[in-house]
Design a protein around this ligand. Structure first.
Ligand code: AGP
Length: 613
């Protein structure tokens, strides 16, 4: 969950690393630090808290050099203090390391190193790595061998970058398991290392992604990739097309606000090249799906975490309704502990913005072990979830920086709808007329999303009404039930208001006891097949004195007359409605958090991609 940047070349590494860390701060903001090689020795600057503290420190104590590494931390072992901030130096000051992951055998290694007489200067598990390198260097005297020996000793998943003052021509990067990515960026007479592409995108589009148990020796002239055991590998160079501008905030106050507004474009992009409106057909070439394979599928298990899992809940409904294939959603963090019934007739579909979420990758690995076919819907190009799948759908939304996921929620809803149509088409279970109608409906989506965005100021007024509430209930039914969950999650994670979501029909079985004047209810009551039932639910809440805010279809006077406030959305075919109904909920959470003066893009305790289990 931490961010890593490295540079080797002829330029000053400090601003390159600081800039890269800025792009990665969403990955962790407990502390930040960098180490550069200056006149033959390693200089470290690090501080607790956000990157601006490190920038201030560097202004007071400038440091420069032609190679260096930097880190932004999401604390696991050891408090978020300056002493525990990365990079960590060996006791001699000769070697320095930054690390993403957890050394699972840290206690055992620490005892061994203490017994060898080595001293720890932090409470982190990472320090065992640099002290092990130091220990092995005494025997072998070359960094590469010492790093290989160290990597062999570590349990758990890791991304590690290390260099030594005695070998000033190289930085070594390694990846073990799924603690986040390690990507090498190729330049001219210079090279870059990062945990995530946005950190180095302004410098290069040519990238090498390390797989698990691979290591790269990076000099300014070349990159050598090998297995940790030392077998040389021919690295595959990929090119990425992401626009670096989309990783900037632009005129918006927060990335979240910008990303909410980007949805017209991101929804247009996710349709681009995949929808043939003439023929009424869907094309998803990266899924590598044939009619024979489609006919072979007996069950689809969707798996994901957090917001992505709510997209999966919607996807489950779409796949069953449109493709008539049995589908279920299993939360990724539970998947591998549930002894899932999975075989070669099962397809497991993982959904992940980052493509690096440890729980989701673990679920994919479990599915693979059991013989399932693996698909993924992923945003981060080149991420692990994209690479290990048999086929994938790319979200095509560009980088999402705000910790609260928005555009990477609506894009997969559309991807899942398209997937359901494609499956039905390949299995011959849909009439051409119905297929054409479903495909035609997609045409409306970006424009309808835009109409929701035009109503931002109305939603902001409702935010003023709700900003001081302590609790809130979100209710939905059918395909909009997952949107109630997503609306509640958005509110919780950025405004710290306690919010709970229920399938509205469940209220009468217990939670209705919570409703009084201090418990506002948000009900999604658009003109969909569950409309009448939602009206009853609203009436029940009103009868108990609750303040009710409804998401309703434009012009619906019946709902308007029942509730305290309405968040209007345009009329939309019900199977695509989640893409639209979620937008006012994203805006509402954003403005409530903004009115409460909170740190919207970097909410407390969270990180953008969760690479620990
Ligand atoms: C969303 O707002 C969250 N911050 C979080 O739930 C997120 O969706 C989840 O951690 C999954 O991430 P992924 O899509 O990168 O796998």
């Amino acid at each position: 969950m931490c961010g890593i940047v490295g540079y080797i070349g002829e330029k000053n590494a400090t601003p390159i690393i600081l800039n890269g860390l800025k792009k990665l701060e969403y990955r962790g903001y407990d502390s930040a630090g960098l180490a550069v090689l200056t006149n033959g020795h390693i200089e470290v600057r690090r501080d607790a808290g956000k990157l601006k503290n490190l920038e201030q420190l560097i202004m007071e104590m400038p440091v420069s050099g032609k190679m260096g590494i930097g880190h932004t931390r999401w604390a696991t072992h050891g408090e978020p203090t300056a002493r525990n901030a990365h990079p960590h130096l060996s006791s001699s000051g000769e070697v320095v390391v930054v690390h993403n992951g957890i050394v699972e055998n840290f206690i055992e290694l620490k005892e061994e190193l203490l017994a060898d007489g080595l001293k720890f200067q932090s409470d982190t598990d990472t320090e065992t790595i640099v002290l092990l390198v130091e220990k092995y260097l005494k025997g072998v005297n070359d960094l590469e061998t010492a790093v290989r020996k160290t990597l062999e000793r570590l349990k758990g998943a890791h991304g590690i970058v290390v260099f030594s003052a005695k070998e000033p021509d190289k930085i070594i990067a390694a990846r073990i398991g799924n603690a986040g990515g390690v990507v090498i960026g190729l330049g001219e007479g210079e090279n870059y290392i990062a945990s995530d592409i946005p950190a180095i995108l302004e410098h290069t589009r040519k990238l090498i992604f390390l797989e698990s148990r691979q290591m790269a020796i990076v000099t300014k002239e070349k990159i050598e990739v090998s297995t940790i055991e030392g077998k040389p590998l021919a690295p595959q160079i990929s090119s990425v097309a992401w626009d670096p501008i989309s990783a900037e905030k632009g005129e918006y106050r927060h990335f979240m606000q910008k990303e909410i507004h980007e949805q017209v474009r991101s929804l247009t992009d996710t349709l681009a090249g995949r929808v043939d409106f003439e023929e009424g057909r869907i094309r998803l070439p990266q899924l590598n799906l044939t009619a024979e394979q489609a006919n072979d599928i007996q069950k689809i298990i969707l798996t994901a975490c957090g917001t992505a899992s709510y997209a999966g809940m919607v996807g489950r409904i779409l796949i069953e309704r449109i493709a008539r294939i049995p589908a279920m959603l299993e939360i990724a963090s539970e998947f591998r502990y549930s002894d899932p019934i999975v075989d070669e007739k099962t397809t497991v579909l993982a959904i992940s913005q980052s493509g690096e979420t440890a729980d989701t990758l673990a679920a994919m690995e479990e599915a693979r072990k059991k013989g399932a076919k693996l698909w993924s819907i992923v945003n981060a190009i080149g991420s692990q979830a994209m690479r290990i799948a048999d086929g994938y759908i790319s979200m095509q939304t560009g980088p999402e920086i705000g910790v609260a996921s928005t555009k990477a929620f609506t894009a997969p809803l559309v991807d899942l709808y398209m997937l359901a149509i494609l499956l039905a088409d390949l299995r011959g279970t849909i009439t051409p007329e119905y297929r054409k109608q479903l495909v035609d409906d997609l045409r409306l989506v970006p424009e309808l999303a835009g109409r929701c965005l035009d109503r931002e100021s109305e939603v902001e007024e409702t935010a003023r009404l709700l900003k001081d509430t302590r609790d809130m209930l979100f209710l939905g039914r059918g395909i909009n039930m997952p949107i109630a969950f997503e609306g509640a999650l958005k509110l919780k994670e950025i405004s710290y208001i306690h919010a709970e979501a229920y399938a509205a029909g469940e209220m009468k079985h217990g939670p209705i006891a919570l409703i009084d004047k201090d418990m506002p209810v948000l009900a999604i009551a658009i003109k969909d097949p569950w409309y009448e039932k939602m009206i009853s639910q609203i009436e029940q809440a009103k009868a108990r004195g609750g303040i009710v805010v409804a998401v309703a279809t434009e012009g619906d006077e019946r709902v308007a007359s029942l509730v305290d406030r309405v968040l209007w959305v345009p009329e939309v075919p019900w199977m695509l409605s989640p893409v639209i109904t979620v937008i006012p909920l994203q805006i509402l959470a954003y403005h409530i958090a903004s009115l409460r003066g909170l740190d919207i893009d970097q909410p407390r305790n969270l990180a953008k991609s969760v690479t620990v289990e």
